[in-house]
Design a protein around this ligand. Structure first.
Ligand SMILES: *Cc1c(COP(=O)(O)O)cnc(C)c1O
Length: 405
């Protein structure tokens, strides 16, 4: 590869002229926020994934927070998630006063392990948040069977997996469109598969959850006369409900997203199938190249048929750094010298100082997640990567051990 090789980051958005045009058009329209693009994006997104409702918000962290509120999670409750995730999947439980708890992962898929979940379930668990790490869903049917025995609400954090899915007993299901989650959350941060700059969405088939999420997204305010409760006054002047009238019936937040962002999301949604396809192609190039490298383990899918359905956000290897005789930092630096970005995802959440001091969690809580973390390295993955870029990444990594293959 030429020394002039441009830097290849580990993740990157795909923005083209049609995205720019869509945003500019909305900037020149009457509504920058609270306008028609918000609803249009919700409708198109929910029909894309096959869910009844979609509630789009400022980011996926806000969507997870809403999921906890509408599920009625509160203090005294326990919420179980995977330690191999971004902080938000656990923080959302603490936002509503509950205790985030962590279930060890399956070493093959790096996702929450149903057998481990079964061992730590109890009736104090109000919600389970399986995370679709790298885009691949956890074993949702098994997890749902365990969670539902204890009446826990299931919220799939599919922030990595926008537009993706999996197979079960020969049938294909989409994240957000399968019966083993009560709510599903997606993120539209620029490193994720579809972007709105910042953004997130909560999808559900449950009318009540969707209604409450909409209310709490905007301060708990309603303007729907059918639901008005009144101001508690018999004074006709104080109790008049004119065209200005609104009620705050619950404590909500400002989690709104703009029409500018939803216009971008709508245009990105049209390209989502091609984004997913290119990501799948790159993953199979990597998998093929690393298949026989003794010190590299490639990610595995739960079922071979899932390969056509998963929307890969990350390409994460398990690397035997001891066999390579290099530390992970040295490997990342060697890649960086060849203009290749890489990333480590994730530090087990419970080892973070806040979690250790607030909940008393410590090393050894989830040994498989810890072992995974010490070997994890994610390589560049995004649709704009050319085959030559991918070859360059593969050749550079493999060349770190001179006697490889
Ligand atoms: C990115 C991410 C989030 C948070 O998304 P934001 O839109 O940045 O708030 C939550 N969970 C997971 C697994 C993520 O990767």
């Amino acid at each position: 590869m030429s020394p002039g090789q441009a830097f290849i980051p580990y993740g990157c958005q795909s923005i083209d002229q049609s995205d720019i045009d869509a945003v500019c058009e909305t900037l020149q329209s009457d509504f920058l926020t609270c306008g028609p693009k918000v609803e249009e994006f919700e409708q198109e997104f929910s029909s894309f994934v096959g869910a009844k409702h979609a509630v789009v918000v400022a980011n996926a962290t806000a969507a997870l927070h809403l999921a906890m509120m509408v599920a009625g999670v509160s203090s005294g409750d326990r919420v179980i998630t995977s330690p191999n995730t971004f902080l938000s999947s656990a923080n959302c439980a603490h936002f509503v006063g509950a205790t985030p708890d962590f279930c060890d992962i399956d070493p093959a898929t790096y996702n929450l392990c149903p057998a481990a979940l079964k061992n730590m379930m109890g009736n104090d668990v109000k919600a389970v948040i399986p995370v679709a790490y790298a885009g691949q869903s956890a074993d949702m049917p098994s997890i749902a069977a365990i969670a539902r025995q204890h009446n826990a609400v299931i919220v799939e954090d599919a922030s990595h997996g926008t537009g993706g899915g999996f197979t079960h007993e020969g049938k294909a299901y989409k994240q957000g469109g399968h019966p083993w989650a009560d709510m599903t959350v997606f993120s539209f941060h620029p490193v994720k598969t579809l972007t709105t700059g910042e953004g997130g969405i909560l999808v559900t088939d449950n009318d009540e959850y969707a209604h409450r999420a909409r209310l709490l997204r905007a301060h708990g305010i309603t303007r729907d006369p059918a639901t008005f409760q009144g101001l508690g006054s018999n004074n006709p002047e104080l109790s008049e409900q004119g065209p200005w009238y609104y009620e705050m019936q619950d404590i909500g937040y400002n989690f709104r997203i703009t029409d500018i962002q939803c216009a971008l999301g709508l245009n990105q949604l049209r390209k989502l199938p091609s984004f997913i396809k290119r990501r799948q192609e790159i993953v199979s190039l990597y998998n093929k190249a690393f298949a026989d490298v003794s010190w590299i383990s490639t990610p595995s899918t739960r079922h071979p048929d899932d390969k056509e359905h998963i929307s890969w956000h990350l390409y994460t290897l398990q690397i035997d750094f001891a066999a390579l005789n290099m530390s992970r930092s040295e490997v990342m630096l060697a890649l960086r010298e060849k203009n290749i970005g890489s990333q480590v995802l994730y530090i087990p959440v419970y080892l973070q100082p806040f979690y250790r001091s607030t909940f008393g969690y410590d090393e050894g809580k989830c040994p498989r997640a810890e072992a995974y973390y010490t070997k994890a390295l994610s390589l560049p993955l995004y649709p704009k990567l050319s085959d030559e870029d991918v070859e360059h990444v593969i050749a550079t990594l493999i060349s770190l051990k001179s006697d490889t293959i």
